[in-house]
Design a protein around this ligand. Structure first.
Ligand code: NDP
Length: 467
């Protein structure tokens, strides 16, 4: 049996932790997926954003019209966009695997790893042992179990495969109302598909501040047919297409005709195939591996990171956790912890959304005193240039310490505009300092953030401090 200093299961963020500092380590890297590099690279963050941008261009005539510019969207070549995107992605993935396979100290195993005991892994017919094991197996789209789904599986997609389809469907039903539904609703409707978005509750993007999710709902409803409080009950073939049947809370059935369906109802963690009981690794009922702040599992010498163990299914968090594991493997006598205090997140839809910290609903629930201010894009100079409608920055702060408690942005460049606020929260900068301790370029869009901060200060009236 081959023995290794370190075995890493999963070639996404797990692969990135094996840097030159491990040159003296004998490392096994195990991947069951025929594609190398994990979800973010191959079927997640990166290709989706590469589709979002063409969709942004496709909807730009509506925005240009407000400014008196007559643009026309004449259509798009789906296959060409897809091939451009995956021509790039697939090459990076293949290059990554090739480079890894040529690394002198790393042996790549292609197959599914499962624990035999806390130091031994089985991969197919082979067994290997390792002094330390890192589990970085990620997550996968959750499947729905409804009558008919199996029979129409050629027309039912998840985020894993919808970006690779041959033809953009004329009519697409999206089931779900979270991140993935929001992003693909923009991609497909932007490029010209008639999209019906069906969600089981009446809230889209549930984890966001309610002002943000309500506004997203209002704006996206102008682009797609929004059907809330409906559950998928069955699917059947209709000629070359689909009939998607849903049921509302009163038991009334609805039928939707579509050429394809995207199921985006959350993600499941990839932990069950690992046979974690054999190693004694503690796992929650939903498959999330339990780790402490140092990314240690319940078993000494076994770490976990990324989607399989994190509270956050976000690549930037997986990267941070990989850095923690990396450090703790290399310097076990001075371990570090992952900083999960201010984890930002963004939805790359149209409108775009970004947030960090608490929502107003959470602060109320926790009984935390706060002041809040909302600044519309439309009321700053660059927003005038944009003739903006409907986008805003909402901030929440502690009226005693002036610490920012939450920042929420809906509108163009939200994911970029929020960065100084993430920085302020991470480094403990206070609202008056962020607002007045630096120049804000005039008349840049960032003034919407500056004015929101000034708005917070203006809002600091005792009577307005929420209990
Ligand atoms: P989300 O967790 O964001 O949303 C799940 C959605 O599916 C909700 O609207 C939920 O409805 C609905 N839902 C859940 N279970 C069912 C069910 N059984 N039947 C019908 N509807 C159901 O999931 P996504 O799949 O969109 O994304 C998964 C995760 O991936 C995200 O949470 C995020 O962490 C990550 N991600 C991040 C992105 C980014 O950073 N930009 C982009 C894409 C994904 P309800 O709320 O009504 O219960």
């Amino acid at each position: 049996m081959q023995h290794f200093d370190l075995a890493v299961i999963g070639s996404g963020s797990g692969n990135s932790l094996i840097d030159e500092r491990f040159a003296d380590w004998n490392v096994a890297l195990i991947e069951r997926d025929p594609v190398f590099g994990g979800t973010c690279l191959n079927r997640g963050c990166i290709p989706t954003k590469m589709f979002v941008l063409p969709a942004d261009y496709a909807v730009s005539p509506t925005e240009a019209e407000r400014l008196g510019v007559d643009l026309r969207y004449e259509g798009s070549d789906w296959a060409a966009i897809r091939d451009r995107i995956f021509g790039r992605i697939d090459a990076i993935s293949a290059g990554g695997l090739d480079w890894r396979e040529r690394s002198e100290n790393v042996t790549v195993f292609h197959g599914e790893a499962s624990f035999v005991d806390n130091r031994t892994l089985r991969i197919g017919d082979e067994e290997i042992s390792a002094d330390r094991i890192v589990i970085a197996t990620g997550s996968r789209p959750r499947r729905l179990d409804v009558p008919g789904l199996e029979e129409v599986s050629d027309l039912v997609f998840t985020s894993d495969d919808i970006m690779r389809i041959d033809q953009r469907p004329k009519r697409l039903v999206i089931v779900g109302g979270g991140y993935i539904a929001a992003e693909f609703a923009h991609i497909f409707s932007g490029l010209g598909t008639e999209v019906t978005l069906i969600n089981r509750s009446d809230v889209l993007l549930r984890s966001y501040d309610r002002d943000i999710s309500d506004q997203f709902q209002r704006l996206i409803a102008g682009r797609v047919k929004l059907r809330l409080n409906q559950k998928l009950s069955s699917v059947e073939k209709d000629g070359k297409g689909l009939i998607v049947v849903t049921t509302d809370r009163n038991g009334i059935e609805y039928e939707y005709f579509a050429d394809a369906m995207l199921v985006a109802v959350g993600r499941d963690r990839n932990s069950e195939a690992l046979n974690l009981e054999a190693a004694g690794v503690d796992v929650r009922g939903d498959g999330q591996i339990r780790v402490d702040a140092q990314q240690r599992t319940s078993v000494d010498g076994i770490w976990a990171m990324g989607d399989v163990s994190s509270d956050y299914l976000l690549k930037h968090v997986a990267n941070a956790e990989a850095r923690t594991v990396q450090h703790n493997l290399l310097y076990p006598d001075s371990p570090v912890e992952t900083d999960h205090r201010y984890v930002p997140h963004a939805v790359f839809s149209n409108p775009q959304i970004a947030a960090v910290g608490a929502t107003e609903q959470q602060l109320r629930q926790w009984g935390t005193p706060y002041v809040t201010a909302t600044q519309r894009y439309a009321d700053v100079a660059y927003g005038w240039a944009m003739e903006d409608e409907g986008h805003f920055v909402k901030l929440l702060a502690d009226p005693g310490s002036w610490a920012l408690l939450g920042a929420h942005i809906i509108g163009p460049q939200a994911s970029t505009l929020i960065q100084p606020l993430i920085q302020a929260m991470s480094f403990g900068q206070k609202v008056p300092d962020i607002a007045r301790g630096q120049y804000w370029i005039h008349p840049a869009l960032a003034e919407v953030v500056e004015n929101a901060l000034l708005g917070l200060m203006a809002a600091h009236q005792p009577a307005e401090i929420a209990k």
